[in-house]
Ligand binder design. Structure first.
Ligand SMILES: [Zn+2]
Ligand SMILES: [Zn+2]
Length: 320
């Protein structure tokens, strides 16, 4: 049995920009790297693009704020957060009538896609939202009320239920077994461990770590042995250590150290800074891989630990 994880939105705080100047720079860089090559056919062009060009030139990390879905069998995908990526999740054809969503917290970048979820305007749909914040219903109602939004929360055609949970108390969400744990973040945020068919995925965004290299003892129990840890890496190491130490976010070095200390098998970095260009994110990813490689050479980890480190992007699909 396997799980499919789809990333609909991977940027943090605010949807990010990808305007004509960014695209022009990508095209210019691609032409420069292709200079002097003689392509015989489209196939050769495509393999050059896929194999020779850096991700930031041939693609983009995307622009949407956090939304991830996890699917197994024919069950409806379990939604993790409702950032602007949720709009895209609603563009696919729906073959289910009921769906569950886990909210990490109520900051705008994690709920702003909900009013734009197409299925909310279909009468045969039921969305069940799970949150550890007692004020979740108030937040969802307020963002769908005048003068913020033209459609009132009570006037959507679908049924919307909101269930409030306590951390560390397991619950079921659409056939997935879930447990939440509190994180360091302004106003609190919660990570979720999602289990099904003997596999576990931990979604942990908007999570602060005071000292990226030393404070691994704060690793939540729910991280231990996870098949996949999706973790906040919004900050640079300098920001995490100094200038943005109390922002409730983390960096890739902290993510790697936490994941390794918890014997996590695969790490996925998310909540990329909305101000970072694709090239800057490529550089951050390269630095993270070098850090991990050096730690591995020093024999810091067992070989089953951190088998992969992935930089998520809008549209990424992973199989576990
Ligand atoms: Zn956020
Ligand atoms: Zn937040």
């Amino acid at each position: 049995m396997s799980l499919s994880i789809r990333f609909w939105g991977t940027r943090g705080s605010l949807p990010s920009t990808l305007d004509h100047s960014h695209v022009q720079r990508k095209v210019a860089q691609a032409l420069k790297m292709a200079n002097g090559r003689n392509f015989k056919n489209d196939e050769e062009i495509l393999s050059f693009i896929k194999e020779q060009l850096p991700f930031s030139v041939r693609g983009t990390y995307g622009t949407n704020t956090p939304c991830v879905s996890i699917s197994k069998n024919e069950n409806a995908p379990l939604l993790l957060d409702g950032g602007s990526g949720l709009r895209d999740a609603g563009l696919i054809k729906r073959d289910f009538k009921e769906q569950h969503m886990l909210l990490s917290h109520l900051h705008w970048d994690h709920i702003q896609g909900i009013p734009f979820y197409r299925y909310l305007y279909e009468s045969d749909f039921h969305l069940i939202v799970h949150s550890c914040h007692p004020e979740a219903e108030m937040a969802l109602r307020e963002q769908m009320s005048a003068p913020f939004f033209p459609v009132n929360f009570d006037n959507v055609k679908a049924k919307v239920s909101i269930e409030i949970h306590k951390e560390q108390e397991p619950f079921d969400a659409g056939g997935f077994s879930v447990v939440a744990a509190k994180q360091v973040h302004p106003g609190d945020s919660y990570c979720h461990k999602i289990m099904a068919d003997g596999l576990s995925v931990v979604y942990s965004t908007d999570a602060g770590c005071l000292d990226p290299k030393q404070n691994v003892s704060e690793c939540p129990d729910v991280f231990i042995g996870a098949d996949v840890l999706i973790y906040d890496a919004m900050l640079s190491e300098e920001e995490a250590l100094n200038t943005k130490v109390d922002w409730g976010h983390s960096c890739s070095i902290a993510a790697i150290e936490l994941a390794a200390s918890a014997n996590v098998k695969n790490l996925v970095l998310i909540h990329h800074d909305s101000i970072c260009t694709d090239k800057e994110l490529d550089e951050r990813y390269a630095d993270a891989l070098i850090y991990a490689e050096n730690a591995r050479k020093l024999g810091a980890w067992d070989k089953n630990v951190l088998q992969s480190i992935v930089m998520s992007y809008d549209g990424l699909e992973l199989k576990v």
